[in-house]
Design a protein around this ligand. Structure first.
Ligand SMILES: [Zn+2]
Length: 62
């Protein structure tokens, strides 16, 4: 499977599935991020990209 954001090939334990992203990041700012918004049910995001998005969201809040 490939990361939805960076398109790198990732193993199952390296990624977050859509439902996990939504559940684990109970944060409207994060869920409003365009990458997160564009995820489909089958999309996955790797941990690196989760961190990148999180940092972007934190920057935007400041
Ligand atoms: Zn990625």
């Amino acid at each position: 499977m490939n990361c939805f954001v960076c398109s790198k090939k990732k193993e199952d334990f390296e990624v977050w599935h859509n439902k996990v992203v939504i559940a684990a990041t109970y944060d409207s700012e994060f869920q409003n991020n365009e990458y997160v918004q564009n995820m489909s049910d089958k999309s996955i995001i790797c941990h690196d990209c989760i961190l990148t998005i999180k940092n972007q969201v934190d920057e935007n809040i400041k």
